[in-house]
Write a protein that binds this ligand. Structure first.
Ligand code: MG
Length: 372
């Protein structure tokens, strides 16, 4: 049973190119399946989240991270009576626009673009992927996703102003996105805050002592675990504490969002869209803990000197390849050379690089830039 404020199929604004209904899969389920079958989705498997494979084969990459976000989002959506099919499609597509080499790659690509008067934004890039770059169907270009999925791609993590992005006007930029889209960003937070503690501990970049001292919410759960399993080995106590932390954040998100829906007297999807602020959120207590956790991860993991050389390499490889193709566009693949006749060259080079996996960009750099 869907809540009154959930996105329902009957209310969908539909696809750009109308299609006959499927016999037993609804439109949001079909969108989810189209995302899973997209080439850009498969490539998430070889894209860095935080760590490259140098540290271990056990770590998350963007694909496994995406699956964790989908699992968390489904749980939250079901509890709030939201449209789980739409939420699943949005979660699976949420990171599809990320370039290789995680944030270092994104930063390098954005810097290179700004030198030519453009910029790189992974949400806008994701929209270009599903609208234009994926070529799988004879009847149309792109995946021909429903309006609600395209809107969620753009609006799940931030608001865009129509004065600055007139090309996005159709996505109701003066209104808030449905709760289905709002909760993706928070599920993303839950997934990577806990996963990065886990991977950081596993990589021995974070010690148990440092986490206990620097992440109060972890410390609280760890003490509980020590009471229940005093004889368990450290690694298992660690896992139990991280698991409780994840569950605590998810439960708080469900509870607090439900409470805000009540307090704001939300009765319909329009009420959600017209509400001056987003309604999906953690309680102030958990929000404070989340910020503490993030601060700890920034100081001790994302900006640890140990990962610096790797990030420097990522930025240098991205920048050098970008400059190489700007100077020698005749070395781009044929299809991109053709695109460059219709679109600005920096945009075409950026699109090409953003689609690459960590392995492929490295191979390209070896081929064109190494030793030059
Ligand atoms: Mg993510």
């Amino acid at each position: 049973m869907l809540a009154d404020y959930a996105v329902c199929l009957e209310g969908s604004r539909g696809r750009r190119h109308p299609e006959p209904k499927h016999a037993y899969r609804n439109d949001f389920q079909r969108d989810r399946d189209r995302v899973v079958h997209a080439r850009a989705f498969r490539r998430l498997d070889s894209k860095t989240q935080v760590f490259t494979r140098r540290y271990s084969d056990h770590f998350r990459n963007r694909l496994t991270h995406t699956l964790e976000v989908a699992q968390i989002s489904r749980t939250v959506a079901a509890q709030l009576g939201l449209n789980v099919d739409l939420v699943e499609a949005l979660a699976l597509v949420h990171d599809i626009g990320h370039p290789p080499f995680g944030h270092a790659g994104e930063k390098a690509l954005d810097t290179a673009m700004r030198e030519h008067g453009y910029f790189f934004d992974h949400n806008l890039h994701a929209l270009r992927i599903v609208e234009d770059f994926e070529i799988r169907y004879a009847a149309f270009r792109g995946l021909n996703l429903t309006f609600e999925v395209r809107e969620g791609i753009i609006k799940h993590s931030r608001d865009y102003r129509v004065e600055q992005f007139p090309e996005l006007e159709e996505y109701l930029l003066d209104k808030k996105p449905p709760l289905e889209a709002q909760l993706i960003d928070l599920a993303d937070e839950v997934a990577y805050d806990t996963a990065d503690l886990d991977d950081g501990y596993e990589a021995r970049l974070l010690s148990l002592e440092a986490i206990r001292a620097g992440v109060p919410v972890f410390e609280r759960y760890y003490r509980d675990v020590e009471q229940i399993y005093p004889d368990a080995i450290e690694k298992l106590k660690f896992n139990e504490a991280v698991k409780r932390m994840l569950d605590g954040m998810v439960s708080d998100l469900i509870r607090n969002t439900g409470k805000r829906i009540e307090e704001s007297r939300i009765r319909s999807l329009d009420d959600i869209r017209n509400c001056p602020h987003r309604l999906a959120s953690f309680s102030s207590g958990v929000e404070k803990e989340r910020r503490e956790t993030k601060k700890f991860l920034f100081a001790n993991l994302y900006f640890t000197p140990v990962l610096e050389p790797e990030k420097d390499d990522a930025e240098r490889i991205t920048r050098e390849l970008f400059n190489f193709w700007m100077e020698q566009p005749e070395s781009l693949p044929q299809s991109y050379q053709e695109k460059a006749r219709q679109e600005p060259l920096p945009r075409v080079v950026c699109d090409y690089i953003a689609g690459m996996t960590d392995n492929f960009i490295y191979d390209q750099w070896e081929k064109y830039c190494r030793g030059k």
